[in-house]
Design a protein. Structure first.
Length: 257
């Protein structure tokens, strides 16, 4: 008999959304922090203090910790390794539409296998293009993806009402957890092991890779990434897979860039 060495949890939902409370091992997570009234952030995203000592989404500098709850009405779920076939130069539909895109492009990873052995390049003069609104991948005829090839796609998408009804809402039938708690948010800001779906899907991760707070310059506010323009927040503890799209993080605690 073989045993899976990965830390796993019973999947209670088909969506990988936000912060995995079942597996995350938390040292400090106080619920006394006040969120800025105009801020929006998701469970599993990095937050920081503004000049008025209110929690806002992290801009890549001075991350205070991970939010355990949502302060938003639009939730994003992660998909890892969705297998599709690209025929000719005809658009192929993903399972979901309204994909997350930082800026104008770059929120999707397309590769030849789930591990990302060969990662293709997005763009009309490269390997593939993405319709982020409709959730479609189109092969570029002059690129390196062969006609009829199967590829594996990582992306995040905005959940629709049906998705959120299936995923479940809070006691008040809302997705926004913070505003109904008198604007208070619980923030994980001590050394912990974190599982989150709010990471840069365009990257390929390996155990012990360094992780950083996504920077505003990369349009990755609040998102965990391998790009080194933000503050160091930890290392990869467990890589995401198609059956377990969460990223496991050995989080070092509050950091200063």
């Amino acid at each position: 008999m073989t045993y899976d060495p990965r830390a796993s949890a019973f999947r209670v939902s088909s969506q990988a959304v936000g912060f995995d409370h079942q597996r995350s091992q938390i040292d400090k997570a106080y619920g006394v922090y006040v969120a800025d009234i105009n801020a929006t952030f998701l469970a599993g995203q990095l937050v920081m203090l503004n000049s008025e000592q209110r929690m806002v989404i992290c801009n890549g500098t001075n991350p205070f910790g991970f939010s355990k709850y949502n302060k938003a009405n639009t939730l994003y779920a992660s998909v890892f390794g969705e297998r599709i076939q690209l025929n000719g130069t005809t658009a192929t539909n993903l399972k979901h539409a309204n994909l997350f895109v930082p800026g104008t492009a770059g929120g999707v990873r397309v590769s030849d296998d789930e591990a990302g052995t060969t990662v293709y390049t997005e763009g009309g003069g490269a390997d593939y293009t993405v319709n982020y609104v409709n959730g479609q991948i189109t092969r570029v005829g002059t690129g390196t993806i062969g006609d009829g090839d199967y590829v594996y796609v990582n992306y995040s998408y905005a959940m629709n009402e049906q998705d959120m009804d299936f995923f479940g809402r809070n006691f008040y039938n809302m997705n926004n957890d913070v505003d109904i708690q008198n604007g208070r948010v619980t923030v994980v800001n001590g050394k912990s092991t974190i599982w989150t779906s709010q990471y840069d899907q365009s990257e390929t991760y390996a155990v012990n890779d360094k992780l950083y707070a996504g920077a505003t310059a990369d349009n990755l506010d609040g998102i965990v990434t391998k790009k080194s323009t933000g503050a160091l927040i930890g290392r990869v503890y467990q890589v995401p897979t198609a059956t377990d799209p969460f990223l496991g993080i050995d989080y070092i605690g509050s950091a200063v860039s």
